[in-house]
Write a protein of this length. Structure first.
Lengths: 353, 353
């Protein structure tokens, strides 16, 4: 079905008229969807103002880490496209099977979370990340972790105890989870943060405005880039609302991109499924806001979006792009930057002593 | 003069009437001033919307550190009273002459910056901190640093180069510093950030509302705490608009607080002046928002405000406080928490590639 759409897409784009533009758009609508203007509801996690406020506070709360120095917001920086700008990037830690931070922006639209999809939804991702030892997280960047469970449990109890020493948190959990005897538990931390994260969406990207009828939202270079993006095959995986995030793909379908980008010790999705078919498969990342989320790949091995595009074209599609083609595709990718969430910093409550 | 005021202060507080309350307040006004409602102007650094916006962006900009992982906001967290909640506190690093992070909130009202006063104003503090190797800063927490100047210069040029690779920054510096041939330099980074920091003030604390005429803004325990705060001698140093921040004092005037709080290897202000009279003298910290700024002392050696109060009473004043007196003084100190600045996170621009 998708391949049929892609083929017919190009029968239409060369018409060069308003009619052709509409036909071009109709076909694009078969491949892509705009980011909705409002946050989606989460199953079994209804939104209330109290839970949302708590989730925002916890997102910025360093006391959720054992040394009180790392919050969700440290690595998923909302000033920087929901990533950390490549600090301690996987490239420096390849020996630890490190993986690059993925953006929290629009993560609610991904089919699974993490590069290997080991969390099925935001709440699972939050609990997994918060329960993990953050120092280990920093070293492994979301890759497999070897943590002593006894030590971890002690640390985690310490963190819960820290929050329980803050009267405003005790009260906030009661209000966010009314009727629960002991609401200050990790699962509820996960629910509250997931609810906040589901609001971190970026509507109104130029591409979405074009997709919904504004011809002038993309310039000619960007439109040519979109055409190439589909024609070359990028949209085979990078499609849907998140232009990715919906499937897994082997990195190096056609040609191995080399150990810089794909170190052999990290077999990706295989680590989760133990299925040989998943060796070196990774979740196809969303390309939303990609100009803000360098460095690229699960290894964070390049900050250069042009380079990332050419590596992908060669490794996944066996295509050698011209400089001009790369320029156009990059111009299109920059049209995927949406309106960033406006975040007023929460004020975190002190302990009572 | 101050001592005369303190003595006459207590001749009046026991009257127990509205008249007595007014007299009590008049005397308090001789010792303290409220935080103004609007940001003060900085000498030779006029405020413009463009410079202020740039300063805010740079305050949150991790690309000002050599590993792109530390911004001003990392240690001076505006969700947490302008400090970092004690991560890597001096206590862990006493062997490095470490010093605890001081709050950026109301720092514009301090007579000098840092525990040893080595920066005369916010701009000097910014340039000093940004020019310092941030990794060294983390280890020494603002204490003396031994950095290879050649290595530092190379790192710093790298950071300027990083900002120059961001077209929006090049443009923003031009707009913030019109007419300058090469505006993207460290001194201008300092000017812009200092201007933003000068807006980080916390007016409307209960104490300030009481000071300006609202009898009900303090409860009876807090008023009794204020009385004790002056009577015991705390206000001899902790006075003025910042309830501190205006002078230096030896830590351990009456009794040495012990190596936990005052490790012998950090001689404080002496390191700046080389004057023996300044051995173990530190800038008297502001007590504004003190309930938010644990841990306390230049060593960050306690998170417990009660403990900090009792240590100070013994070391500085030779006073052994009763539990009840400590409770009252702590209640008063919590009335110094003002309205925290409402900060909308800036969106930081990407590099152009």
């Amino acid at each position: 079905m998708r391949h049929y759409l892609i083929a017919s897409f190009f029968a239409l784009v060369s018409l060069g008229s308003a009619q052709a533009e509409d036909a071009f758009r109709d076909k694009a609508k078969g491949l892509f969807e705009p980011i909705p203007k409002t946050a989606p509801a989460l199953p079994d996690n209804p939104s209330t103002p109290e839970k949302l406020l708590l989730g925002k506070m916890l997102y910025f709360e360093p006391r959720l880490s054992d040394h009180r120095d790392l919050a969700c917001s440290t690595c998923h920086n909302l000033s920087m496209g929901g990533v950390d700008g490549g600090v301690l990037s996987g490239g420096h830690n390849a020996q630890l099977a490190g993986r690059e931070v993925q953006t929290v922006l629009n993560a609610v639209f991904n089919k699974s979370q993490y590069w290997d999809g080991r969390a099925t939804d935001l709440k699972d991702q939050v609990v997994n990340s918060v329960m993990a030892n953050p120092k280990a997280m920093l070293k492994t960047r979301g890759g497999p972790m070897a943590i002593n469970p006894a030590e971890l449990a002690a640390t985690k109890q310490h963190e819960i105890d820290q929050l329980k020493a803050v009267p405003q948190y005790v009260e906030a959990f009661k209000k966010a989870f009314p009727g629960e005897a002991d609401p200050l538990v990790y699962d509820n931390i996960g629910r509250a943060i997931a609810l906040f994260e589901a609001t971190l969406i970026t509507p109104d990207a130029p591409f979405d405005r074009w997709l919904t009828g504004d011809d002038a939202a993309l310039d000619e270079t960007q439109k040519a880039g979109l055409k190439l993006f589909v024609e070359k095959g990028c949209a085979t995986c990078h499609n849907g609302v998140n232009i990715g995030g919906a499937s897994y793909a082997k990195f190096g379908v056609v040609a191995n991109p080399g150990p810089e980008h794909l170190p052999s010790e990290d077999a990706g999705r295989y680590g989760v499924t133990k299925d040989n078919a998943d060796r070196y498969a990774f979740k196809v990342p969303s390309l939303r806001n990609v100009e803000l989320t360098a460095p690229y790949f699960h290894t964070g091995s390049t900050f250069d979006l042009r380079k990332a595009v050419t590596v992908m074209a060669e490794a996944q599609l066996g295509q050698k792009l011209s400089d001009d083609e790369t320029t156009k595709i990059v111009a299109f990718l920059k049209s995927l930057t949406g309106k960033q969430p406006e975040i007023v910093l929460p004020i975190l409550p002190p302990r009572d002593r």
